[in-house]
Design a protein around this ligand. Structure first.
Ligand code: 5GP
Ligand code: MN
Length: 343
């Protein structure tokens, strides 16, 4: 860990040593494989170490990750607000995983701001905001899950790993690297994977559960998007897909179904910037992916109130879907030079 010295690790260790009461682990809103994998991995290690622990998620998480639950409680803040609030009230320590600013928990933001216990951040997004008591922020890591592995060991909790915790961490790494296709150049990743493999995890089974676990509707929605909704703008080395609410409904959309759609346009020869726009109730969710030096996060922050990593970012627009697409395409000429020079 480059940014996390002994002072931070000792600070967190002291919090754990002096703790009297449960721990909560909080992923970001619309949690993905990394947020959920990191949360379950950390929660399970803490449970094995004797702490009472639950996960409080700002909203629902994809069903293709539900096999990670085991006997760890996960409370959905949107659906079971009073249970979630009582878990937050009863706990004295919170781990915030896989997000770098309090806005990323959406409706749970006020509850986090009012939290009376101590908060510890474990995250790999660049430019974290100061909303926690201790911050483990390591943007060179492939995933928060990879980082959790090193934090657990640094805290002296390495003896509490087990197969289920290792599988959760592996899932986070696998999903955030696109099945080991990006952010996989640091040797530390392979050291962590080697450590995880000692717990006998079945990597093929994990891959099956995560990637071969969709409904037929999801595959048909993907096919429809690629055949009918893909717009390619070779002059801007950009391609995008948009999906309306009606289209989602037609294909029986459930959370997680559009996960990964935004990556497909990048497989087109010479395309370096890809976007996915999904119509919500009165707003539009935007996802951006890029290759090389083109900064998806800066683009999203400047125009879609979001952020993320250099090559993977998200944001939103309080516009209609049509207006959002117009805004997006009108912005591209301003980025022509950066798009042309990205490699
Ligand atoms: P996705 O497109 O998969 O939703 O998100 C891609 C990346 O951007 C993830 O690392 C995610 O944490 C980040 N991200 C997604 N939406 C937002 C947003 O609204 N604000 C910020 N700051 N980051 C986002
Ligand atoms: Mn992540």
């Amino acid at each position: 860990m480059e940014n996390t010295g002994n002072e931070i690790i000792n600070g967190i260790r002291l919090l754990l040593d002096g703790l009297n009461g449960p721990v909560v682990v909080v992923p970001h809103s619309n949690p993905d494989g990394d947020a959920i994998g990191a949360a379950f991995g950390l929660a399970r290690v803490l449970k094995n170490a004797g702490f009472a622990v639950s996960i409080v998620s700002p909203n629902d998480y994809p069903t293709f990750l539900s096999w990670l639950e085991g006997d760890i409680e996960i409370v959905n803040f949107l659906k079971s607000r009073s249970v979630a609030e009582s878990r937050l009230r009863a706990s004295r320590l919170m781990f915030c995983v896989d997000f770098n600013e309090i806005d990323r928990v959406d409706e749970m933001k006020d509850a986090l701001a009012a939290y009376s216990g101590k908060k510890v951040l474990i995250d790999h997004h660049p430019f974290p905001k100061d909303f926690c008591d201790w911050m483990v922020s390591e943007p060179t890591y492939s995933s928060t899950a990879e980082l959790v592995y090193d934090v657990v060991d640094a805290l002296g909790l390495g003896q509490f790993w087990d197969k289920q915790a290792a599988e959760a961490i592996y899932t986070g790494i696998m999903t955030d690297t696109g099945s080991f296709s990006h952010n996989t150049s640091r040797p530390n990743l392979y050291r962590v994977l080697t450590g995880l493999m000692t717990f006998g995890i079945d990597t093929e089974a994990v891959h099956e559960r995560v990637y071969h676990n969709f409904s037929a509707h999801r595959l048909q929605l993907l096919g429809y998007c690629l055949a009918e909704k893909l717009v390619v703008l070779p002059e801007f080395r950009t391609a995008y897909i948009s999906i309306t609410r009606d289209e989602l409904k037609k294909y029986n959309f459930v959370p997680g179904d559009t996960e990964g759609f935004v990556n497909y346009p990048l497989s087109i020869n010479n395309i370096v910037f890809s976007a996915l726009f999904i119509e919500k109730d009165g707003w539009v969710k935007a996802s951006f992916r890029s290759k090389g030096s083109f900064p998806a996060n800066a683009f999203s922050e400047a125009h879609f109130g979001g952020g993320g990593h250099l090559n993977a970012a998200g944001g939103e627009a309080k516009l209609t879907l049509m207006e959002t697409l117009e805004k997006f395409t009108q912005l591209l000429p301003d980025y022509l030079h950066q798009l042309e020079s990205a490699n």
